[in-house]
Design a protein around this ligand. Structure first.
Ligand code: URA
Length: 444
């Protein structure tokens, strides 16, 4: 087979065979197909799309590029959650210890920042010495020992996604249902789970901007999961505002630490986290209903068990717990910039895509594949959509070492926040539930 012919075939909107997909992924992993041909292949999929069958073959191929972990020796139900990516979406950091302390096993394999969205792995790596690169053996040992583990794709787990994900990030080939489905499900199906809850983001800060596109993505993910005998369901949740207040790796970890310690209540973040957690407990058979699961999750936040479990994860994965226990120890950014409101009114819109892109400009994300992240940089919102604001009141603070981007970022963030004179309502956060048969439910 000839890679150019396969690229051309997809470019011209023809259906690829399983053999052609396999040939392309194998060739790339064996370095016979160079990055520029893979980039072109991804762009041809981006424009010409793949159908359900092609998407399934691509997922299977990426899944089988590595090992599928066998966790059958662990006699707890194994459930995970994955998000399609958002701005300030830090739910995994709270969810994993919270759900694990309720008695189900959480084997979690996550990705790095992608486009304007943050990644769980980068957030975890902002904790000094935290090791997300465990071998498969250690991955199994950790989940056996503490009931939860949080790692990235290794050479052994979905290595095709590891490379393609990084390439998509810098070639504008992220926002495609087939590529996202194959990327997420190849990781998730490899990790040894029984069930999966998906958080499909929708709105300005999501990869899928419209509700209908998000539902199509959710259906694609749910269908693949259930075809592979993993009970999979999805929620569609809003990205028309930042989730919580912090955007940026260490800043998000700090927000999670405070939520886990029950020191602050971040209502939108915790609403999504509790709903996902309650659903995981229901799927894992330790809650009689989602509501019962939510109650159990709230209990372990209130009694400190979720925080204890988080400390245990950090310690077991070699992270320096002293930074968690004393967040003030962390290095500080050179510049702390405050943005104030120029008017009285109400926040009607926060363009979370612009907030995510601004976070990259100040060092919290990557523009090139090998860019180093400044973990301490980021943005802290002071207001949410629906909030009242006075002229001169603080809107946003951001932290960076990069002075050259401060003025432009200040302007972009200002422009991203719309203030109107009349009162506004917060956006609906949880928009729909997609059950395992891909039915879309608005009341759940
Ligand atoms: N998360 C992933 O793991 N992959 C994508 O393509 C998008 C979000």
């Amino acid at each position: 087979m000839n890679p150019v012919e396969i690229i051309k075939k997809k470019r011209d909107s023809n259906k690829l065979t399983k053999q052609e997909i396999d040939f392309f992924i194998d060739g790339y992993l064996e370095n016979k197909i160079p990055e520029y041909q893979m980039s072109s292949f991804l762009m041809s999929i981006f424009f010409s799309l793949m159908d359900e069958e092609e998407t399934f073959h691509l997922t299977e191929k990426m899944l089988h590029s590595g090992s599928i972990v066998d966790l059958s020796n662990i006699n707890k139900v194994k459930v995970d959650k994955h998000s399609t990516g958002g701005v300030g979406d830090k739910t995994s950091i709270i969810l994993a210890p919270m759900v694990a302390s309720c008695g189900i096993a959480v084997p979690m394999i996550s990705g790095r920042g992608l486009g304007h969205t943050g990644g769980t792995l980068d957030k975890l790596e902002s904790i000094p010495y935290f090791n997300v690169n465990l071998s498969l053996d250690d991955y199994k040992k950790v989940i056996e020992k503490i009931g939860v583990v949080m790692i990235g794709q290794t050479k052994e787990i979905a290595p095709a996604d590891k490379r393609i994900y990084a390439l998509r990030d810098v070639t504008a080939t992220i926002e495609n249902i087939s590529l996202i489905s194959a990327s997420i499900m190849s990781k998730k199906l490899a990790e040894g789970i029984d069930s999966l809850v998906l958080d499909v983001k929708t709105g300005t800060g999501a990869f899928m901007k419209s509700f209908d596109e998000s539902v199509n993505l959710a259906k694609s993910l749910v269908k693949i999961g259930n075809m592979m005998q993993k009970k999979t369901v999805a929620y569609i949740t809003s990205m028309d505002d930042v989730l919580g207040f912090a955007v940026g790796n260490w800043l998000e970890i700090v927000e999670c630490i405070k939520c886990l310690r029950n020191e602050i209540v971040v209502s939108d973040l915790m609403e999504v986290t509790y709903l996902l957690g309650g659903t995981m407990l229901k799927l894992g058979g330790v809650a009689s209903s989602i509501e019962d699961g939510i109650k159990k999750c709230q209990e372990v936040i209130q009694n400190g068990k979720a925080y204890e479990k988080f400390l245990q994860i950090v310690e077991t994965q070699n992270g320096d717990v002293s930074f968690i226990e004393n967040i003030e120890k962390y290095p500080k950014s050179k510049f702390e910039i405050e943005i104030f409101s120029n008017e009285n009114g109400f926040i009607s819109d926060i363009n979370s895509l612009e907030i995510g892109l601004s976070a990259i400009l100040i060092g919290a994300g990557r523009m090139k594949i090998d860019d180093k992240i400044d973990y301490k940089s980021g943005i802290v919102m002071n207001k949410k959509v629906g909030d009242k604001i006075h002229k001169g009141e603080l809107l946003v603070k951001f932290f960076t070492d990069n002075k050259s981007t401060c003025d432009i970022v200040k302007q972009r963030i200002h422009n991203a926040i719309k203030i109107v004179p009349e009162s506004t309502k917060p956006k609906q956060l949880v928009k729909a539930y997609i059950d395992e048969n891909t039915n879309v439910n608005f009341h759940f």
